[in-house]
Structure formats: structure tokens, C-alpha cells
Design a protein around this ligand. Sequence first.
Ligand SMILES: Cc1cc2nc3c(=O)[nH]c(=O)nc-3n(C[C@H](O)[C@H](O)[C@H](O)COP(=O)(O)O)c2cc1C
Length: 438
Amino acid sequence: MTAGPTRPRKQIHLAAHFPGVNNTTVWADPRSGSQIDFASFVHLARTAERGLFDFFFLAEGLRLREHKGRVHDLDVVGRPESITVLNALAAVTDRLGLAATVNATFNEPWELARRLASLDLLSGGRAAWNVVTSSDAFTGENFRRGGFLDRADRYTRAAEFVAAARALWDAAGEGPRSFAWSGDHFAIAGESAPPRSPQGRPVVIQAGDSDEGREFAASAADIIFTRHGTLEAGRAFYRDVKRRLPGYGRREEDLKLMPGVTVVLGDTDADAQERAAEIRRQQISPQNAIHALELVWGRDLSAYDPDGPLPAVDPDPESALVQGRVRHADPFEAAARWRALSEEKGLSIRQTVIETTSRQSFIGTPSTVAAAMTEFVERDAADGFILVPHLTPGGLDDFVDTVVPLLQERGVFRTRYTGTTLREHLGLAGTGVEGLTA
Ligand SMILES: Cc1cc2nc3c(=O)[nH]c(=O)nc-3n(C[C@H](O)[C@H](O)[C@H](O)COP(=O)(O)O)c2cc1C
């Protein structure tokens, strides 16, 4: 490249997602390890830190999923609590941000603000909170309150929750300080608990795609975790969310968009495509194919042959066959789409599921992937990526060893950490720590 850019190149933010309970992890691979052993968390976190990533990310599920009235055991059942794991990881990492998904519906601000501030304190300013809002009654049965919140109220509670947590964080000082916060969902007052943490306010992440979710993110989040992983969908989502920011007195750079993406690498692009196809086949076993079909249809379809055609019956929209997973908003629409695809391409049930559910984002040689990621960020389809590996826990080793150096050569990714806090890694201003001494 001869003509140098007139402004500094937009930098890519990277995060590592520890695969949760879905069938992303290819268990059939002999290299796949334990998903609950602390050594697995350490491996992925240290790999991410070696790769100078912004943060390590843990998702959350508050009730074990059920399928046909039994705990769903086709992938992984249960996982350790996120903040506990991150506190332990804080001790074996140095700069890596530590992001926990914690529900705003089933927790209380004082307690959660204290736990997050404690993680921020113990980690030297590396804490982040992914605010999720599930209100479904099935999850609620695990709690004293039950499924107590209507869908429409989820984000009003989440917004108040974050505002109350901020009041608590902002009140924190050398010792306890009094605070008071009240709204429709909370009326709380008392003393803030832990001393002021290095970031003041832990980083706030939002994951959820509805209009209310986007509005909440524009008003209160530092990062959006999204599933819009293609260039065009990403650009549309990016424009939509960023245009909402001025309404809250915020600037475009105050909110980073990070889709969850997967990467498949190979020695040649063709080799990577072949590996990607193999990974998809391993992720969608014959049983997983029927399960995915039942997620759409809401009916017991165990009598169907995964290598045969899609069922002719219609979906059951009222079905409670599947619990703890978001169902398709319109199962009839989804079923019609699946049928059309299957007919057009002559696909079996399993092949249709592979085609419709796979989310492989970047496939190719390390240099193909580095170029594609750079293009995504430069064309404002994202500000960075939350990488979801196929292998637990070694699935990002190759990426860090081969793609990160190429991103660095391109001048779009850091060559060392220049700050110590997650806010500094993200280049976020207005941190709430102004005027504080370390
Ligand atoms: C990328 C992404 C990741 C999510 N991760 C979680 C999670 O780990 N735990 C959880 O309870 N909900 C999770 N959610 C669900 C959201 O918090 C929310 O309940 C759901 O998206 C419905 O909200 P919406 O109507 O705004 O999309 C996630 C959603 C998205 C889009």
C-alpha cells in the first residue's frame, strides 16, 4: 500500500467467548476437553491474553434447559457461576478484561453492584457485566419471585437496575458512603459496600435484539454483543444502533458493536472450507438435527429419519416441549423457510439444519480471515468480534498464533496492552474514574 491513510486506522477489538451449553463445541474431536474444569477456563483466558484480547466472556443460563420434560443433555448440562470463575481467573491473568453475563430480572442491584465492583477491585479494573433480561416463567421457577416480569417490563427493570448500580458505584469511596435510588422497580437506600474500584463503573455489555433492547443499549451500554455476523446485516445493525446514541447525549465511539463470530482456518481457502463443512457435520449429529427440528416444530419428531425429508405436519406454536431456549418468534414462518430451502436444494432434515443453523463467519487462510475482519471493521459492520471457538479449550490457539500477527502487521490491532483497565483497552471515555487516585 503506498498512499497512507489520512487518519489512524480503526482498531479491532477482540474478545474470547468460552462456549456455553450449545452444540458449538465439537465434542467428537479428540482435542476437546472439559467444559467445567478450571484448567479449561485458564487455558482459554491465557490464550486470549497472549493474543492481547480486550476481554474474556462468559454466558449464563439460570435454569437447566429441558426437552420433552427432561433435562436436555445433547450438549453440556450446567456450568459454574460466572463471577466466581472470573474472580479465580483474575488471579491467573494480568490485563485481560473479565466479562460476566448476569440477569437483570432475577438479581438485585445492591448485591450485584457489590459483586461486580469486587471483581473490578480484585482484578485491577477489568470487570464487565453483560446485562441480559430473560423473564420467562420457566427460568423464574428457580427463584422466589418466579416468572414475575412481563416481556414488556424486562428492559424497564434492566435500565433501572443499571442506573441503580451506577448510583452505587458512583457513591463508593474510601469507605462506605450513603446512597439512595428509587424508580418504578426499585426504592433502595443505604450504604455502598466495597471501596471504589479502579474503573469506577465496570463496563456494561448488552445482548438482545429487540427495539427496546437496542434502545437500552444506546442509553446505557458500552458494548453490544450481537448475532448480526454478516457484512450487510452488521452494517444495517451498526447504523441502526449508532443513530440512537445522540438521543442520549452519547457519541458513536461510546458504544462498541461486537458480534459473536466463529473462525475456521486452513492452509488454503479450499482446505478451510472443507474443515468448516466437517465442523458443521460434527456439530449437527443426527440427534442434534432432530432436536433442532423439534425446536422449530414444537412436536416430538423422534420417529423421523434425520436423513429423510422434513415433516409435512405444521408446527405447534403453543408447545412447551422445549424449555429454557428462545423459540422462533414465528415457527410457521421458520418451518416454511426450512421447507422451501429443503425442496429447492433437495436437502434431508440433517442437511437442512446444517444449512440453516450454522453461523460460520470467517473461513479461510489466516490472511483471508485477517483481511475479512479488517474489512468488516473498516466498513462499519462491527467494532470488533467476540470469537466463539469450536474447540474447548484450545480453539483459539491457532487464531492467536496466526491471525493476530497479521492484524498487527496491518496496523489494525494492538501490539501490546497500553492500558491496564478494560475501559482503556476499549478506548472508552467518560469512565467514571476521573479525578480518582489509583
Ligand atoms: C448475542 C446474544 C447473547 C445472549 N446471551 C445470553 C446469555 O448468556 N444468557 C441469557 O440469559 N440470555 C442471553 N441472551 C438473551 C437476551 O438477554 C434476551 O433475553 C433475548 O435476546 C431477548 O431479548 P430481545 O427481545 O431484546 O432480543 C443473549 C442474547 C443475544 C442476542
